[in-house]
Design a protein. Structure first.
Length: 56
């Protein structure tokens, strides 16, 4: 008998980070919370891998 083949989990590109694993967030500083720039961080949707399962 032949060994069973396991199906690979189907994955797709993460929409929030577009597959990069990083997203930009605005940085606000001061008492008036003025915009100072952007800071990149890990995507919480895919936890930095850039891929999510299809059934998700």
């Amino acid at each position: 008998m032949a060994a069973r083949k396991t199906a690979k989990p189907q994955i797709k590109q993460c929409p929030p980070c577009k597959g990069t694993g990083e997203v930009s967030r605005p940085v606000r500083v001061g008492r008036k919370r003025q915009y100072a720039g952007e800071q990149s961080g890990i995507c919480l949707g895919c936890l930095g891998s850039g891929e999510i399962p299809v059934d998700d």
